[in-house]
Design a protein around this ligand. Structure first.
Ligand code: ZN
Length: 242
């Protein structure tokens, strides 16, 4: 049993390495996801601004058409004016023309406001576009670096996993199963040494009787407190006793 547990301890070293590497990979993937999300949000905001600009520009076109129509009407009325001889009719028509002029100047004023607004929006859009293309460029380089690191980790994990199989082949299947269950439940620490009568997993005292049995290492023993697989590892003070 001693040999099996020693092999199990080296299997655990490999598993811890794999676990650590996969953890590091998750951190990198999370970073990539977060940065991509941020960029996407910024892009969406610009898309929204661009849609607002288009909406505003449609309003500009409407106002311009309106102004053209009103201009035509003024023209027509002026031409009619030339043909009118009756003073009252002329006054009435003049009144209409004045009203149209007034309406036109209001539309023109609105149009100026709209044009100014469009210009401000356009320069903001240009600024945002530049900001995003700068961010995209910078992030493109960083992302490539992070992805290369992820690929490297995958390669390392594949190599380590191949080594793991060699080690696992030397172990009894039931033992591996039991170990794996404890490994996942106990945060990647399933096989621990007892040192000076203390479980190095949970740091509780192991009863002396059990301690002696573990030292003999004839069968599998679990820590009564944390249920990890225990093995005996001589320390300096133990050596002196022996
Ligand atoms: Zn324990």
């Amino acid at each position: 049993m001693r040999e099996q547990i020693e092999i199990l301890a080296s299997l655990q070293n490999v598993d811890r390495e794999i676990k650590e590497k996969n953890g590091a990979k998750q951190v990198l993937l999370e970073e990539i996801r977060k940065r991509e999300d941020e960029l996407k949000m910024k892009r969406n905001a610009v898309t929204q601004l661009r849609a607002e600009w288009k909406e505003k520009d449609k309003l500009r076109q409407e106002k311009e058409h309106l102004l053209q129509d009103e201009g035509r009407k003024t023209m027509e009325k002026r031409m009619r004016m030339n043909r009118i001889k009756n003073i009252r009719e002329l006054q009435a028509l003049q009144h209409e023309v004045d009203q149209i002029k007034q309406a036109n100047s209001q539309i023109e004023e609105e149009l100026i406001g709209i044009l100014e607004d469009l210009e401000a929006r356009a320069s903001m859009l240009k600024e945002k576009d530049e900001e995003i293309s700068g961010l995209e460029q910078a992030w493109g380089g960083q992302k490539a670096g992070l992805e290369a690191r992820v690929a490297e980790i995958d390669k390392e994990v594949a190599q380590t996993s191949a080594g793991r199989q060699t080690i696992a082949a030397q172990l009894n299947g039931d033992l591996i199963q039991r170990y794996e269950m404890i490994f996942s439940r106990r945060g990647g620490m399933a096989v621990v040494a007892i040192s000076d009568g203390i479980c190095q997993g949970c740091f509780m005292n192991i009863p002396p009787q059990l301690s002696n049995e573990i030292r003999k290492s004839e069968r599998l023993h679990l820590c009564p407190s944390c249920h990890r697989i225990l093995y005996y590892k001589p320390t300096v003070s133990n050596d002196k006793q022996i």
